[in-house]
Design a protein around this ligand. Structure first.
Ligand code: ATP
Length: 368
């Protein structure tokens, strides 16, 4: 098995910088996901690791070895693309066996591996079909199988679940975690789906406009985003952002939203003193799940209560997403289902001030 290291890797297409000065240390056997909006440079990064795209500057190491100029086939890597390029004239079994035959693997080993992968990917009974006789999802799983049988040291997956229906996608997500546990390869996965990234990975690398914004375990990145972009990209519904002014009253710091004021807890005051000035415009952030109906809140005081009016109710089954009007702003909260709630009704909510976030207005960096 092999880890993958990118040191100051940059990719230019002519004058356009697609990937800018990326540093990543992917430990051997880890599952890392590159996630970010369309065009942020995820696929380009993956293609540079695979050797399908030249590296403009910087250094790529696979298994400790300088690999910028190593041929793709010699990198110990398998890659599965979003557009699974299966051989149309070959059956499923022949497609899966292709790479093994080229490597001159013994026939009985090939048969064993085909059966293992057919079973693993729920393709049993389809081994004699040709790609045109399969659904999109089945074809995508054959492409995954073709990569898995090669026991790659590093498996690169570019949106491999995108053609599956929602139910199969969920199933394959769990399955991929099991597969990773079984095969132990280093996996670099690309998706723009933040839920997929959060649920699958040991680590996520959030990218925006060619720049790596933050890397870390999913929950750490979710709880401690280093900037407003990462905070807003992870989470559904997304974090609420409200412009505020920093004020001080009786030696306590508050965020003045105009409709209401939020008390900054004492344990966060040092970071505010260090990074912001009284009167400065900042961005206050709170996740929908950290806003609670007053009756259910554990800690309520004048500095965390907000009077709202229910504007929209979206039932999700296990929870409700409420859009709440505070006067000047609309904030979203997720609450337990309650059939008695009506649009237009007043609702007092409390925010969990220990979970709130604060960002600079200019560079959008996190204060806390
Ligand atoms: P998506 O989620 O839409 O697949 P992505 O994050 O994978 O997006 P990339 O495919 O890596 O993004 O592309 C990053 C940027 O580089 C985009 O602006 C894209 O238009 C540009 N780009 C990619 N390949 C080329 C190329 N061969 N020539 C010129 N520009 C390119």
């Amino acid at each position: 098995m092999a880890g993958v290291i990118l040191n100051n890797v940059t990719k230019n297409f002519g004058k356009f910088i697609a990937v800018k000065d990326i540093n990543l240390d992917i430990k051997d056997g880890k599952f890392i996901t590159l996630v970010g909006p369309s065009g942020c440079g995820k696929t380009t990064t993956l293609r540079m690791i695979a050797g399908l795209e030249d590296i403009t500057s910087g250094e790529l190491r696979i298994g400790g070895k300088f690999s910028n100029y190593i041929q793709p086939k010699d990198r110990g890597i398998s890659m599965v693309f979003q557009s699974y390029a299966l051989f149309p004239h070959m059956t499923v079994a022949e497609n899966i066996a292709f790479g093994l035959k080229i490597k001159k693997v013994a026939r009985d080993t090939i048969l064993k591996k085909i059966n293992w992968v057919l079973d693993l990917l729920d393709l049993t009974g389809l081994d004699d079909r040709r790609p045109r006789e399969l659904s999109g999802g089945q074809r995508q799983r054959v492409a995954l199988g073709r990569a898995l049988v090669l026991d790659p040291e590093v498996l690169l997956l570019d949106e491999p679940l995108s053609n599956l229906d929602a139910k199969l996608r969920l199933k394959m997500r769990t399955e991929l975690k099991r597969i990773h546990r079984k095969i132990g390869s280093t996996i670099v996965y690309v998706t723009h789906d933040q839920v997929e990234a959060m649920t699958l990975s040991d680590e996520i690398a959030v990218m925006n406009k060619g720049v790596l914004m933050q890397v870390g375990p999913p929950l750490e990145v979710y709880d401690k985003p280093e900037n407003k972009f990462v905070a807003g990209f992870l989470g559904s519904p997304p974090m609420n952002f409200i412009p505020v002014d920093l004020v001080k009253d009786n030696s306590k710091f508050y965020l003045d939203v105009k409709d209401f004021k939020i008390l900054i807890p004492d344990q966060k005051a040092d970071k505010v003193k260090k990074n912001a000035k009284i009167g400065e415009e900042l961005i206050f952030g709170i996740r929908p799940e950290d806003i609670t109906r007053i009756e259910k809140a554990k800690d309520v005081h004048q500095g965390n209560k907000i009077e709202t009016i229910i504007d929209v109710i979206e039932p999700m089954g296990s929870e409700l997403i409420l859009s709440l009007a505070t006067g000047k702003h609309i904030i979203q909260a997720t609450v337990d289902p309650d059939i008695h709630l009506k649009v237009g009704q007043k609702m007092t909510v409390a925010i969990d001030t220990n979970k709130m976030h604060l960002f600079k207005l200019d560079n959008e960096e996190t204060i806390f």
